[in-house]
Design a protein around this ligand. Structure first.
Ligand SMILES: N[C@@H](CCC(=O)N[C@@H](CS)C(=O)NCC(=O)O)C(=O)O
Length: 217
């Protein structure tokens, strides 16, 4: 089995996706915290050695550094096929990837820390009502598209009755939505998936509250 090292931050959703994948595969990994609040992602040695974009996560597997959470998850699935994170048919894989990409490409980048910092530079205070409304807007847009997809294809999880790449992306995004006071009322299918995942040991182990760098209350 590969020697795995995950660079992560406890409440960052992109590494949370990878933690879910690792836990679903039953893979042990070492955890290297990168404190985003101290900008450790933007400083040496992390940026130079692990992620030239100055973002978490990175996964080092037998000395090879991988970045981009969805690419890492697909690599995991190819190198450790059981249990699969993608369904069997090309059509179904395209649907699952589309669900994951709604989160990873069209929701999360707009709410990422560096974007919120850039908004603050333009006068919209970090954590203020403008930023809250901004986050809510894009999360709500994405969830509005995801809700009918999950209602159609989900049977407990986002696609079918076992966790897929879509759940690896969706569950962290639902978790972080509370920071933007997103109303989950219009999204019963998404909320049902979150409730189902909350009972699953892999999702429990990957949860931010269980990470070693979560500050003591
Ligand atoms: N597309 C990237 C996104 C990575 C990303 O944006 N990570 C966030 C945490 S969730 C980060 O490191 N933010 C630090 C910053 O914005 O300075 C991936 O999926 O890995």
């Amino acid at each position: 089995m590969a020697d795995l090292l995950l660079h992560s931050y406890w409440r960052a959703t992109a590494p949370y996706r990878v933690r879910i994948g690792l836990c679903l595969k039953g893979l042990a990994f070492d955890y290297a915290p990168v404190n985003l609040l101290k900008n450790e992602q933007g400083a040496a040695p992390y940026r130079d050695s692990y992620n030239r974009q100055a973002l978490v996560p990175s996964l080092t597997a037998d000395g090879q550094v991988l970045t981009q959470s969805l690419a890492i998850l697909e690599w995991l699935d190819e190198t450790h096929p059981q249990p699969p994170l993608l369904p069997g048919s090309p059509r179904d894989r395209a649907i699952v990837r589309a669900m994951a990409e709604i989160v990873a490409c069209d929701i999360h980048p707009l709410n990422n820390l560096r974007v919120l910092k850039a908004l603050a530079e333009l006068g919209h205070a970090q954590g203020g009502e403008d930023q809250q409304a901004w986050g809510r807007r894009w999360i709500t847009d994405g969830f509005t598209a995801l809700e009918p997809m999950v209602a159609e294809h989900g049977r407990g999880f986002a696609f079918g009755d076992t966790p897929t790449l879509a759940d690896c992306a969706l569950i962290p995004q639902i978790w972080s939505s509370s920071r933007f006071a997103v109303d989950m009322g219009p999204f019963p299918a998404l909320a049902a998936v979150a409730a189902r995942a909350a009972d699953h040991p892999a999702f429990q182990a990957a949860h931010p509250d269980r990470q070693p760098d979560k500050p003591a209350a």
